[in-house]
Design a protein around this ligand. Structure first.
Ligand code: HEM
Length: 510
């Protein structure tokens, strides 16, 4: 369906996202209605907004949502137009348009929406931020490597087990040394180290990284993530040297970047030295890509997964531990499962159905990557049930995943049987979904993104989450003496909690 956009007389693009699946929505009846995007520029083009954004982007996104609802447009002094939305239908469409052009040959030149990000730390060709043919090639390769079938291999799951048990036993030893018989930990740090240890063993096939090195990597990644709001707001790459004008942590960031690069170099050397190494790196090098590019992939995989996983698991475990009824159900389920022999991911999911629902609910309420960004390379018309939205060329599109996944009209009582603002694992049970005439794909969960750029670490995260919750809750009594209220949510790259996740841990067995 093409024609003229009545708002500006420019040629209208097809209303269906190219290659969109049928349920991504073609809403013919509304296609000639143009929805005006409320404009916030007059109040928002101030340094104050920029400063708040740098402090906590989510606060600004929520302020915008409170002012205008689920769709807004504004301009900042840098000259770009920003479109901000927390409307699930628009988010789904935008993800469907990303990296989809009108023909296969020049697909990336013609793609109306590209992933926006910078190669500051990892490099410009890495799979996370590249939007070109190179991304397409490497995505195919890495997508296959990280495909669902990989997690049906019991030998691989036993490596996940090794990583989780090594972390669990280290913690048990720490408790044993404490005269009180308990220890206070920062749960997000504990679980990020655990996730990185898992990455080292299950992805890089490296099994001897010392604890202090894992802790250093977690620390330096955290430092880098604190400056994420800056690179988000300013389109394109900020020259690294200019960082000091914006951030008092500039020196720390430079040091952390160097540390992470040295760590990735160590991974590369170990892989190169071992002809039997089973990671994706050797086959990648055999595909004639040069070493520096392979290094970018190592950096990406090493750093994309551990903080996101550790962060989301901290929110989820805390939500489970703080609700006596949910905690009891999870505990009963994991007490019944024998984890002494490794189970493939599908079996774990089958035998831990309620824990699996709690993990899905944690992904919904606490999406570590709460903000996704796209850059328009031409004007794009996005069809919705209530009218067409025009996204101007060169605008930055901010997708507010946090609000979308707490929207009562999408996730609330009417659709799922449970309020959207409450942590209710039952929402995800097969019985509940079937009783409402839904399938799980009718629920718009964007925590792992969507469309062609969906996270490749999704299955890896699910195996990690099921094993961590079950091994830790079987072995430890964990208490978090704080409440999870929305006012404590702060954000940089991931969704942080003001005050962190201080947790007292006791052993259940001697
Ligand atoms: C809870 C854990 C995780 C969350 C919430 C998460 C979230 C995301 C999101 C939202 C995206 C899409 C970004 C966009 O569209 O702009 C993404 C992409 C990606 N993730 Fe994850 N991720 C997680 C774990 C992992 C793990 C464990 C790995 C590594 C194995 C990983 C590797 C990647 C890679 C390589 C991409 C880029 C894919 C592409 O652009 O083609 N992630 N992740």
């Amino acid at each position: 369906m093409t024609g003229t956009n009545p708002a500006n007389n420019s040629p209208q693009l097809p209303v269906r996202a190219p290659n969109a699946t049928p349920d991504q929505g073609l809403h013919d009846t509304a296609s000639d209605v143009v929805r005006e995007i409320p404009d916030l520029s007059s109040v928002s083009a101030t340094l104050k907004t920029v400063q708040s954004f740098i402090r906590s982007p989510l606060d600004v996104l929520q302020w915008i949502a409170a002012e205008t609802g689920d769709l807004a447009k504004f301009a900042l002094p840098f000259g770009s137009t920003y479109i901000v939305t927390s409307d699930s239908e628009i988010i789904s469409q935008v993800l469907g348009y990303t990296d989809k052009g009108s023909s296969t040959n020049d697909r990336f030149d013609k793609s109306p929406l590209l992933v926006e990000g910078s190669g500051w730390v990892i490099g410009d060709d890495n799979i996370l931020v590249a939007s070109n043919k190179k991304w397409n090639n490497e995505r195919k390769f890495l997508g296959k490597f990280f495909g669902r079938s990989r997690y049906e291999d019991a030998a691989l799951i036993s490596q996940f087990d090794d990583a989780v048990l090594e972390s669990r036993d280290t913690l048990a030893k720490k408790i044993a040394l404490d005269s009180q018989g308990s220890t206070l930990i920062e749960l997000q740090k504990e679980l990020s180290v655990l996730a990185l240890r898992t990455t080292m063993k299950t992805i890089f096939d490296i099994h001897d990284t010392p604890l202090n090195e894992l802790e250093e990597v977690v620390h330096h990644s955290r430092v880098i993530h604190t400056v994420f709001p800056l690179e988000t707001l300013i389109p394109g790459d900020i020259p690294f040297d200019s960082l000091k004008w914006f951030s008092s942590r500039a020196a720390d960031v430079v040091e952390s970047r160097e540390y992470l690069k040295t760590f990735a170099e160590k991974i590369m050397s170990k892989v190169e030295a071992n002809p039997d190494n089973t990671s994706f790196v050797r086959p990648l090098l055999m595909r004639n890509i040069d070493r520096s590019e392979a290094m970018e992939h190592i950096l990406t995989i090493a750093f994309a997964g551990h903080e996101t996983s550790g962060n989301n698991l901290s929110w989820t475990m805390t939500a489970i531990l703080q609700n006596a009824v949910i905690r009891e159900r999870v505990q009963q389920e994991i007490n019944q499962i024998d984890l002494s022999t490794p189970l493939a991911l599908s079996e774990l999911i089958e035998r831990l159905p309620y824990t699996g629902c709690a993990i899905e609910e944690g992904l919904r309420m606490y999406p570590s990557v709460y903000l996704l960004i796209r850059r328009a390379t031409e004007e794009v018309e996005i069809p919705t049930r209530t009218g067409t939205i025009t996204i101007p060329d060169k605008s930055e599109v901010f997708l507010n995943i946090f609000n979308a996944q707490r929207d009562e009209s999408v996730w609330g009582i009417e659709k799922t049987g449970y309020p959207a603002d409450k942590f209710c694992p039952e929402r995800w049970s097969k019985e509940n979904i079937a009783a409402r005439g839904l399938t799980s794909s009718d629920l718009d969960l964007f925590t792992f993104g969507g469309g062609s750029r969906t996270c490749i670490g999704m299955h890896s995260f699910k195996a990690l989450a099921l094993l961590t919750i079950s091994h830790y809750m079987k072995r430890f009594d964990m208490t978090c003496d704080f409440s999870l209220s929305q006012s404590d949510v702060v954000s940089d790259f991931t969704l942080q909690r003001n005050g962190g996740f201080p947790t007292v841990v006791k052993s259940l067995e001697s």
